[in-house]
Design a protein around this ligand. Structure first.
Ligand SMILES: Cc1cc2nc3c(=O)[nH]c(=O)nc-3n(C[C@H](O)[C@H](O)[C@H](O)COP(=O)(O)O)c2cc1C
Length: 208
C-alpha cells in the first residue's frame, strides 16, 4: 500500500518551483481526516514513519530553525502513555469515564506522532512564525500519510495543554504540543463535513 518517497534532494540541488500533478490536485481537493474512532491496523512500519516524518518536515521555516520535533508513540508505548494520562486524572479526582478515555486516548490508532513546537530564541524570529511552521508540519504529515495510503487525524485534546502531560512527553521550556497526529488505516470512510464558505472570507484590497 505504502509508496516510498523520492530521496531528499541534495543541498543546492535545483528544484522546480511548481510541480503540476493531477494526483496531487485530487489529493488536495478530496483530502479528509479520518474519524478518530475508525483508525486501525495496518500501520506504517518504523522505517515508513521515519520517511513520513522526513517528508513532513519539508515545510517553510523562517531562518531554517527547525523549530519542531517529534515524539512517536507506537505499540505498547501508547498504552503506557495512556495509563500515565489516566493516573494524572485519577490524581485530580477525575471521573471513571474521563480516566478510561484518557487511558484509551493513544490506542485509537496504531501510530500517534506528537508534533512538538520547539521555538528557538534567536532574538529575531517571532515565536508565532515558528509555531505556524509546526502547524504546517502537522498538516504536511497528514498529507504525506494520505499520499502513502494511510488515514489520519490531527488532534490536540486536553493532554496537549496540560503541564503534567507535557512533562510526561518530555516538553522543555517554551515547547508546546502542536498536535497528536493519529495515523493508521480507516475501517470506514468518513463523511464530508460542512466547509467554511471561502468567497465570503475573501476580499480584495483596496475595498471598493
Ligand atoms: C490544531 C487542531 C487541533 C484539533 N484538535 C481536535 C481535538 O482535540 N478533537 C477533535 O475531535 N478534533 C480536533 N481537531 C479537528 C480534527 O482534526 C478534525 O477532525 C479535522 O479538522 C477535520 O477536518 P478535515 O475534514 O478537513 O480533515 C483539531 C484540528 C486542529 C487543526
Amino acid at each position: 500500500m505504502t509508496k516510498r518517497f523520492p530521496p531528499p534532494p541534495l543541498r543546492d540541488a535545483p528544484l522546480a518551483g511548481a510541480r503540476p500533478s493531477s494526483d496531487a490536485r485530487t489529493l488536495l481537493a478530496l483530502r479528509k481526516s479520518a474519524n478518530k474512532l475508525v483508525l486501525g491496523d495496518p500501520a506504517p512500519t518504523e522505517c515508513e514513519i521515519d520517511e513520513l516524518l522526513t517528508v513532513a518536515a519539508r515545510v517553510p521555516d523562517h531562518r531554517k530553525l527547525g523549530p519542531w520535533r517529534f515524539v512517536v508513540l507506537e505499540g505498547g508505548a501508547r498504552e503506557a502513555f495512556g495509563a500515565a494520562l489516566g493516573q494524572i486524572l485519577r490524581g485530580r479526582g477525575g471521573s471513571g469515564v474521563q480516566i478510561e478515555e484518557a487511558e484509551k486516548s493513544m490506542t485509537r490508532a496504531p501510530v500517534v506522532v506528537s508534533v512538538i513546537s520547539s521555538p528557538v530564541d534567536d532574538g529575531r524570529t517571532p515565536v508565532w512564525e515558528q509555531e505556524l511552521s509546526a502547524g504546517a508540519v502537522c498538516y504536511n504529515l497528514l498529507l504525506a500519510a494520505n499520499a502513502s495510503g494511510w488515514a489520519g487525524v490531527w488532534l490536540t485534546e486536553w493532554m496537549a495543554y496540560d503541564a503534567e502531560a507535557g512533562a510526561l512527553l518530555g516538553l522543555r521550556s517554551g515547547e508546546r504540543v502542536a498536535g497528536f497526529v493519529h495515523i493508521g488505516t480507516a475501517r470506514t470512510p468518513t463523511p464530508e463535513r460542512v466547509r467554511a464558505a471561502v468567497p465570503e472570507r475573501v476580499t480584495r484590497w483596496p475595498a471598493p
